[in-house]
Design a protein around this ligand. Structure first.
Ligand SMILES: Nc1ncnc2c1ncn2[C@@H]1O[C@H](COP(=O)(O)OP(=O)(O)OP(=O)(O)O)[C@@H](O)[C@H]1O
Length: 269
């Protein structure tokens, strides 16, 4: 019990700032691994469960979603390191597609990381976390500084990012581009690569029609300047556009009509 407590504490510390208990003068837990730096901050997935999930949902993809799915999976499986942006209005199925892509990549035994700009959006992704916690993003970034994330190359998180084949960043349109640029610099350094995002297949998802980055006391021009679209990285991004998902809209319309009918019935009595 005592050892289990220490293990859990140390795992959390490693996740938060890559430090072990003995870095703080506290007793170290006994681990099945040789040392704390061997811990890989990655979950192992049940491939049977993933297969069931994929089989259930792959056939549901509409044409545009399927094309996007194939393009992303092709980039991952052939190590093309392409950068995509899932461009569609809210409710059209970006998160649905993202979860399916993650399942496919994880089922193939590769690492797929899911992050989102907000905590709520992160909970909708399978094993998703916030971009801030995953990339250890600096709290204050400015476009003038060449900020990087505080991730050690030989630490567990550094190793994980070197081995990752796919990163999905949902609701990226809410993030300041300085954060995305800091991640780009960090991945290039960690993966010893000059390619954008260090050569990992990267999928941004979001909707510029929804919330944009918040710039304290900023003008409209400042907000536009903070947008991902204003970044030099944007020229490397391939947009995958979704049309309106008719089948889903039809169901939603039917649901709304049923609700309206029920409300009218209630008010009549
Ligand atoms: N091809 C599909 N088949 C069945 N259901 C789908 C499909 N695509 C999306 N959906 C469903 O539609 C709803 C909205 O999808 P989703 O949350 O992925 O949209 P989104 O584009 O990420 O929205 P937002 O930008 O608001 O986060 C969800 O309930 C999802 O399960």
């Amino acid at each position: 019990m005592y050892n289990e407590g220490l293990l859990q504490l140390e795992n959390r510390l490693l996740e938060l700032n890559e430090k072990a208990l003995n870095d703080f003068g506290l007793p170290s837990p006994i681990r099945p691994h040789n040392n704390a730096s061997d811990i890989i901050l990655i979950r192992s997935y049940d491939t049977n469960e993933l297969s069931v999930f994929i089989n259930e949902n792959l056939l549901k993809l509409v044409r545009d979603q399927r094309q996007a799915f194939d393009a992303i999976i092709d980039s991952v499986l052939n190590n093309r390191g392409l950068i995509f942006f899932l461009d569609a209005p809210g409710g059209i199925g970006k998160t649905f597609l993202a979860n399916l892509v993650l399942a496919k990549v994880r089922q193939s035994g590769r690492n797929g990381l899911a992050v989102a700009s907000s905590g709520i959006a992160a909970t909708l992704l399978n094993d998703g976390k916030t971009a801030h916690s995953t990339f250890k993003l600096p709290l204050t970034v400015s476009l003038e500084q060449q900020s990087v994330c505080s991730i050690r190359k030989n630490g567990p998180l550094g190793k994980l990012l070197q081995e990752t084949s796919l990163i999905i960043w949902d609701e990226c349109t809410m993030s300041d581009r300085a954060h995305v640029e800091a991640v780009n610099r960090t991945l290039k350094d960690l993966r010893n690569s000059d390619a954008v995002m260090g050569g990992v297949t990267f999928v941004f998802a979001g909707d510029f029609r929804q919330t944009l980055p918040v710039v304290t006391k900023g003008t409209r021009a400042d907000v536009i300047r903070a947008c991902l679209k204003s970044s030099h990285l944007w020229s490397s991004v391939a947009s995958l556009n979704f049309c309106v998902n008719n089948s889903i809209l039809a169901k939603e319309k039917l649901f709304l009509l049923t609700l309206t009918a029920m409300t009218l019935n209630l008010t009549r009595h």
